[in-house]
Design a protein around this ligand. Structure first.
Ligand SMILES: Cc1ncc(COP(=O)(O)O)c(C=O)c1O
Length: 427
């Protein structure tokens, strides 16, 4: 941390721009940690917040409910085929903790005691709390807590850029899926398979090949294993569709949303379950089948009100179609980015691009330096007027979803200049 002696203070935001206390403007290239939808200070979202804040600011979901969360539950069920009920929380990590607890308790509730294991994929990321760290183990992030995390059964994920020797990409996909099936068929002890939907974000922007997720969901059905998806970073249009699971033809038993749910304005997340899961939790009080989980700010009405307005705006402005069109701007820049001598690979889908930096293109050696690549890119990005953040050797572009085509062109040109300026400092 010693590389950060001070931090810029952000005082205002307008559209894609963040404005600091010295009046410098930078493009929010990471969508304020991947959650911003309509840009900053959108009047409709701000109005939803102020209108609700005059009615009731917070009232608990313990024994009570409120109008905005009731409406939001209906909205979420409408956009989530196969899902039946909504459980609220206030951040993505908690939404995943809830998903894990729901999945494990489901089997207990129906009297099945053998199914206690959780299967996952390598390099998944589901948040920073202990359950989320256990199911989404990224070694660099969580290695120091390894002993305290519960064990999971992990399977490899095909990454087109790094296929093990002796495999074609297709062979390797089949190999990964065969490994999964082999383990599923060996022992009847797996309660749930948990993965990010559509792509791994923090684990290196690994976009799954076509049918990979669908085939896992089919294996789960075949072996009676719950299929749990994390759409916190990849749903709500980030990868170009409202829910990735629909695009991937892989209906889950449990799915989690967060980040973009409120347009990126307030903290709220939701874990949705199908009827089978929900029904297993109902019974007489003395059956003791309740899900014991609740946070103080669960179901906050102001957050729910802005989430409702956000979802309404997706429909009103046809956002998903717009993302699909604007996303093509990235493609125009592929060649120019690829030609930079430290760029090994670019991975892009929807409003997400990961640019992998390597020290040797042929050998695909990831750049490693004692200095913080993130800090170097942050400083160089600022000079170009963009707020950039890297994850290890990956430059992440995750802009507000409604970014205009000309704005995205500006962001990409400035990113290229940033990489050019930063490269001599990282090799
Ligand atoms: C896929 C995924 N799941 C869960 C989380 C955790 O969400 P939060 O940071 O709101 O706890 C993140 C955060 O980046 C994420 O990318």
């Amino acid at each position: 941390m010693s590389e950060w002696s001070s931090f810029d203070i952000i005082s205002k935001g307008k559209g894609i721009w963040l404005i600091d206390s010295k009046n410098n403007k930078i493009i929010d290239a990471v969508g304020s940690m991947w959650c911003n939808v309509w840009g900053h200070s959108n009047p409709q979202l701000v109005k939803a917040i102020t209108t609700q804040s005059k009615k009731i600011q917070h009232s608990s979901l313990f024994n009570l409910t409120n109008d905005p969360v009731e409406k939001l539950a209906k909205n979420l069920i409408k956009i989530s085929p196969g899902m039946n009920k909504v459980f609220y929380s206030d951040n993505g990590s908690s939404a995943m903790e809830i998903a894990i607890k729901m999945a494990l308790q489901y089997w207990k509730n129906i009297g099945e005691t053998k199914k206690t294991q959780i299967a996952t994929v390598e390099n998944g990321y589901h948040g920073d709390t202990f359950g989320a760290m256990s199911v989404g183990y990224v070694p660099e992030f969580f290695g120091k807590f390894k002993k305290q995390l519960f064990s999971t059964i992990q399977f490899p994920v095909p990454n087109k850029y790094r296929i093990p020797k002796g495999f074609t990409f297709l062979d390797y996909q089949n190999y990964c899926l065969e490994k999964i099936e082999k383990r599923f068929s060996k022992n009847d002890d797996i309660a749930a398979f948990i993965m990010e939907s559509g792509a791994q974000m923090a684990g290196g922007v690994i976009i799954y090949p076509k049918d990979f997720q669908k085939r896992i969901s089919k294996l789960c059905k075949k072996y009676d294993i719950l299929f749990v998806l994390d759409e916190i970073a990849t749903g709500f249009g980030r990868l170009g569709s409202m829910t990735q699971y629909q695009e991937q033809k892989s209906i889950p038993d449990i799915v989690a949303y967060g980040k973009m749910l409120t347009g990126g304005y307030l903290t709220m997340a939701a874990t949705l379950a199908n009827k089978k899961i929900y029904d297993s939790f109902s019974g007489e009080f003395y059956d003791w089948k309740h899900l014991f989980h609740g946070h103080t700010y669960t179901g906050n009405p102001i957050a729910a009100a802005v989430a409702n307005e956000n979802i309404h705006m997706y429909e009103k402005y046809n956002l998903i179609k717009k993302i699909q069109k604007t996303s093509k701007v990235f493609e125009k820049f592929y060649k120019e980015i690829k030609e930079i001598d430290v760029v090994g690979d670019i991975r892009h889908k929807g409003m997400l691009m990961g640019i992998e930096l390597v020290s040797n293109k042929e050998k695909k050696i990831p750049i490693h330096t004692k200095k913080s690549i993130n800090k170097i890119f942050f400083e160089e990005g600022k000079k170009q007027g963009i707020y950039l953040r890297t994850l290890g050797n990956i430059v992440m572009l995750v802009p507000p979803l409604s970014i205009q085509e000309n704005e995205l062109e500006m962001l990409l040109s400035r990113t290229i200049k940033t990489i050019q300026a930063a490269k001599s400092k990282i090799i």
